[in-house]
Design a protein around this ligand. Structure first.
Ligand code: ZN
Length: 187
């Protein structure tokens, strides 16, 4: 599916979610026999693990529609980049969305800087670098910058993704989920 069509589906699904008119999510496992034999999602989402941002729900999608990579802070490290490579190479996805959100705990942790463990430090490194180099250290600003930073990482650290984007076969877009309204804003 073309990226423009995939974005349209996501926007329409989010509108249904915001308006309490879910169509796809309520179908559950009805009519999903075909999924046993393989997947054919229409978009990949790099998002946050936050329980308030359940990806399929906020876009009102069916089983098999979205290829989702979640972690604390929607960062793009090696594992996330490898997953996106799989999405564009093996699943032929043309749309990648980096989805960040309002009041992200990972961003807050990066701003407040507290060393917890080597692993968490690795995960938060991308966010902490942004905090360090940015004047406006508000959670919202760092969060939105982080979406662009993840896109930069996907491009700079993967020849596969960079080539696909440069050839016009893949589009990567940043988006911001507002917890208070349920609205997704494509940045
Ligand atoms: Zn978060």
């Amino acid at each position: 599916m073309k990226a423009s069509e995939a974005i349209k589906l996501l926007k329409e699904g989010n509108l249904r979610f915001v308006n309490h008119k879910l169509e796809n999510l309520t179908k559950g496992i009805i009519d999903c026999d075909h999924l046993v034999h393989g997947q054919n999602p229409f978009a990949a989402i790099v998002g946050c693990s936050d329980s308030r941002v359940p990806t399929e729900m906020i876009f009102d999608t069916r089983l098999g529609d979205l290829f989702i990579i979640r972690n604390g802070g929607s960062v793009a490290n090696r594992t996330q980049i490898a997953s996106v490579e799989y999405a564009v190479l093996k699943l032929n996805l043309e749309l990648i969305v980096v989805l960040v959100h309002q009041n992200c705990g990972a961003v807050q942790a990066a701003v407040e800087y507290e060393y917890v463990s080597e692993n968490m430090d690795y995960m938060l490194r991308q966010l902490r670098a942004l905090v360090h180099e940015t004047e406006d250290k508000s959670i919202e600003n760092i969060t939105k910058l982080n979406a662009f930073k993840s896109i930069e990482n996907l491009m700079q650290k993967s020849k596969i993704i960079k080539t696909k984007v440069e050839e016009g076969n893949v589009v990567i877009v940043p988006a911001y989920y507002e917890i208070s309204t349920g609205q997704v804003y494509f940045l």
